[in-house]
Design a protein around this ligand. Structure first.
Ligand SMILES: C[S@@+](CC[C@H](N)C(=O)[O-])C[C@H]1O[C@@H](n2cnc3c(N)ncnc32)[C@H](O)[C@@H]1O
Length: 271
């Protein structure tokens, strides 16, 4: 297969391609929440979430973690939920959460604004992820905690074709934009390297069961990226169609892409 770097659909470096203007994106994000919220809640609990903390959830998507944080800290106004696209955050704003359009790569917050910062499935997509991590510590109060959850996968070798081929095409097509799913495989190293304290890590390794919610999430992700995958010459429509058929078949079982959460207390300045 060949690719056409100037053709329609070819992904660009630094482009966020999973935008919310796709009709299936709200369902895709709801399935992501159902799959990974339990991991995030355990990580946030281990990191010490409690009443009264000022929280930031950046790249909040449709906001399930921000909603849960609002409940845990006891006052929705203590929680700030940001995204470059606020299309799915209206209900959160109506519930009293502070909702702001904010690009975490370029926009700032005053020093010490938050006691807890969380993000999920955002840094993996940002080519500037290391620079963003460098800036996050400054937004934390002195004993504040950072919790980062991302998808962590460096190979789909264990997933049978054609699903494995479609998932590999997903990794590679987003790789063109700067997404790095191998980055989180090294957690908690990015926090250790920055001298975060009381560091922890937890993995989630879901199963892909054809027709189930995890398989539906990955089927929507592959369908969402079909045009990009084909334009980049990574797989053709027949492979994508065959993968979607297997993902809908209850007889199909395979390991799903993993997620990992890491957390730690803000480094002591100068350490
Ligand atoms: C894969 S979605 C994850 C949404 C949500 N965090 C979740 O896990 O349910 C990534 C989100 O990050 C947002 N995003 C992408 N680039 C961003 C940036 N530079 N600053 C803030 N948000 C960004 C997208 O609009 C999208 O809502």
């Amino acid at each position: 297969m060949t690719d056409d770097r100037n053709g329609p659909g070819f992904p660009e470096e630094g482009e966020y391609v999973l935008t919310q203007d796709w009709p299936g994106e709200a369902e895709r994000l709801a399935l992501l929440e159902a799959m990974v919220d339990p991991l995030c809640r355990r990580a946030l609990t281990a990191a010490g979430v409690r009443p009264g903390l000022r929280c930031l959830e950046f790249g909040a998507g449709s906001g399930s973690v921000a909603r849960w944080l609002a409940d845990r800290v006891g006052d929705p106004a203590l929680v700030t939920a940001t995204d470059v696209d606020l299309g799915l955050l209206g209900p959160l704003a109506a519930a009293g959460v502070t909702v702001r359009r904010h690009d975490v790569v370029v926009d700032d917050f005053p020093p010490g604004s938050f006691d807890l910062i969380h993000s999920r499935a955002v840094l993996e997509h940002l080519p500037a992820r290391e620079a963003v991590l460098d800036r996050l510590a400054g937004w934390l109060a002195p004993d504040g905690v950072l919790v980062v959850t991302d998808c962590a996968i460096d190979t789909t070798a264990a997933v049978p074709a054609p699903v494995g081929a479609a998932l590999q095409a997903w990794i590679e097509v987003l790789g063109i934009t700067g997404t790095d799913y191998a980055w989180a495989c090294g957690f908690p190293d990015p926090l250790v390297q920055r001298s975060y304290r009381d560091v922890g890590v937890e993995w989630l390794r879901p199963d892909l069961v054809g027709g189930g919610p995890v398989a539906r999430f990955w089927a929507l992700t592959v369908e969402r990226l079909r045009v990009r995958i084909v334009a980049a010459g990574l797989a053709d429509d027949a492979v994508v169609d065959a993968a979607l058929a297997r993902l809908a078949d209850a007889a199909f079982v395979a390991p799903a892409p993993a997620f990992v959460a890491t957390w730690g207390r803000r480094p002591v300045p100068g350490s």
